[in-house]
Every structure is written in C-alpha cells, then in structure tokens.
Write a new protein. Sequence first.
Length: 445
Amino acid sequence: MANTNAEQLKRVLKPVHLWAIAVGLVISGEYFGWNLGWAVSGTIGFLIATLVITLMYVTFIFSYTELTTCIPHAGGAFAYAYRALGPFGGLVAGYATLIDFLFATPAIAFALGAYLHFLDPDIPVLYSAMFFNVVFIVINILGIKESATFSVFITILAVVELLLFMGIVSPHFKMQNFVSHPMPFGWTGIFAALPYAVWFYLAIEGVAMVAEEVKDPKRNIPKGYISGLATLVFLALGVMIFTGGLTDWRKLSNLDYPLPEAISIALGKASSFTKIFASIGLFGLIASFHGTILASSRQVFAMARSGYLPRFLSRISHRFKTPHWALIGGGLISCYALYESDTNKIIIVSVMGAILMYMMSMISLFVLRVKEPGLERSFSSPFYPVFPAIALIISTITLFAMIYYNFILSLYFFAGLVLVIIIFVLLGKHKLKLMDDFMIPPTVL
C-alpha cells in the first residue's frame, strides 16, 4: 500500500528544464559511440541505419509521451508496464530500464576519461572516470532544481559546441571521403550498426523519470520531449555527415574521442583551437553523464518504493528531497562496470536494455488503450495505431539484430533477466497487488 503521507519529490521543473534534460541525457551520443557503427557498416550503411532508427524514435517519442503524460510516475516504463501487464510486465520493463541507464553512465564516464586523456596523456582514463562518477552523484544529491538548472547551462554549451564543430569542419567536407567504402559489409552491416545508431538518441526517454518533479506535467512534458527530439535529430545527422566527409572515416571509427580527432585533422594537431575544442567538448559528455545519473536514480527509487528493490533505496533525503541511496547505489554499479568492461560492450548492453524497454512500452500503450479506454490522455499518440506499431516493429528488429551480432553479451543480458524473475517469484512478489502511485490517479499525490 502506498503511503500518501510519505515525503514526495518536489514539482519544480519547467519545459526549459525538460528540454535540457532530454537533450542533455542524449547529447553525448553525438560526441562518441556512434562512430563505432562505421566500423561495422561504412558511412552509407550507417546513414541508412541512422535514418531507420530516427524513424523509430520519432514514432516512439510521440507514442511514449502519451504514457508519460497520463501516468506521470518516476518509474517510467516500469510503471506503465505494471499498470498494463501486471507484476511480471513491470519487472521486465523495470529491469530493461535499469540496464539502459545504469550502463549508459559508465560508457559516458569512459568517454570523459578519454577526452581528458586526449588533452593530457598523463591523466589515466579510468581514474578520471571514477572522479566524475563521485562528483556528479554529489551534485545530484544536492537537489533536483539545482541539478536541473545546471543541466540547462551545460546543455546549451554542449549544443553550441556541436554547432561550432559543424561550422569548423564543413569547409573541409569532401563528398568523395563520405562515399569512400560506403558499405564494405553490404546490407548486413546495416543491421549490425543499429545499436550504434540508437546511441544517437538513447536515454531521451529518461525525461519520464522526472515526471513527478514537473510542474503541470500533462502540458509541459510533450513540449520537453518534442523540442528535445527535434534538436537531437538535427545535431545527429549534421555531426555524422560532416565528420564522415572530413577524412578517411576508418581513422575515426574506433575512437572514444572522434570529434577532437576530427578537429585536429581539419586544423592540425598543433593548433591551440584543437585543445580548446577538446576542453569544451567535455560539456556535452558532462551533460549526458549528469542526466543519466539523474534518470537512473529515479528508476531505482521508483522500483524500490514499489518493493521491487530493497526499500532503503527509496529513502529521500530530508534536507535535499532527493533519493540519495538510489544515487549512491547506481554509482557503485557504474564503478564496477568501469573496472570490468570497455566502452563498446557497455554501449551494447545499455542499448539492449533500452530496446527491450521500448518494446514493453509500446505493448503497454496498446494494452492500455483497450484495458483503460477512459484513462485521461491529455496527449494522444498521433496516427494511432500506426506510430506505436512502427516503433514496436523497428525496435523488435533491432533487438534480434543485436542478439545475432552480440550473442554472448545477449546471453548475459537475458540470464540476468531470468535470474531476476526467479528471485522475484521465490520472494512471492508476483502475488502482491501493489497500490502504488501509478495505480491511483496522480492528482492525489
């Protein structure tokens, strides 16, 4: 039974904060990670994969916004799937979302370390990644309004820098570079590249995690999602195309710092501007790093509050009104992943969680349309059922492609899910009928 007298998260976020969180969560995807897709598909193959994934995200976000506005809950997809599909559906969606955000964090931390290492080879990648982990957990503990204001500032800087990057490299763009070795692995390379195209947009759904902290969520959440997605589509296509035409793309396809390297090719490694660009390039990575810590902590908080994770993780700091134990728990998992894996594998695992979560969300949308036709929907998915169907089909194809090309990682991912389900059943959680926030009208909160 939910305790309506318990301390609640503060509703302080406005549309500009949501735009900053949406773009900030994702914008590191424009700075690194996506270029790994070139290595398996070539420039044209990856462009095709990116356009397919862009279509998936456009249809998904317009559909997901319906769920976020009618059930504004910090659990996001976990809450929607529980309401639509019951305890097991909520468990699968919650597990997928946790993997999505908890593993996106160390991937970005690796890139932060790599950027610093580019600036000064004496700075170890791992230690600087750990440093950022600790600092931004503390920032998030200090308060949601303070961290959201920081998001606005750092995200604007990151967007400006990407626009500056495109302005610098565009005069050096050559079409013959972009179409050189366009699809070295044929059409199969497009499927292998899908998870790296997802990295361009992964985590935009994290806006749902702060739904309980948004003023007038039914009106403001759609503004945040749609403006954020439009910004990201423009930046993703611009950065990818201009970078691909700068030089032989194979020189950039396996780096954690492709943009500073691209600038050094355009201006020369001796250029002081190259170092300056790499320095301010940290802003984009910091924006996403900060945002994924924020979103993952809210997912941990929501699942713990519902009894799916240890209860102490749902405790809220009396002073700062933030889920401090959820933040600390997520930080420990991020540190473990940094020690045990590498950027490529962490990205694949994170994307796998995201794709499964997208599938569960779209299934939940279809079920709730039938199960609860009277549910208040201030924002309805346009072109229903076409949009959610497109998102579901593309995400399903992407998941199967990832399993095929990353079979061992997939085994670990699904073995973890099976283990979680077994523990869930042994503890008898599937027999409990939760009366949590997302099972009652949010207006009583």
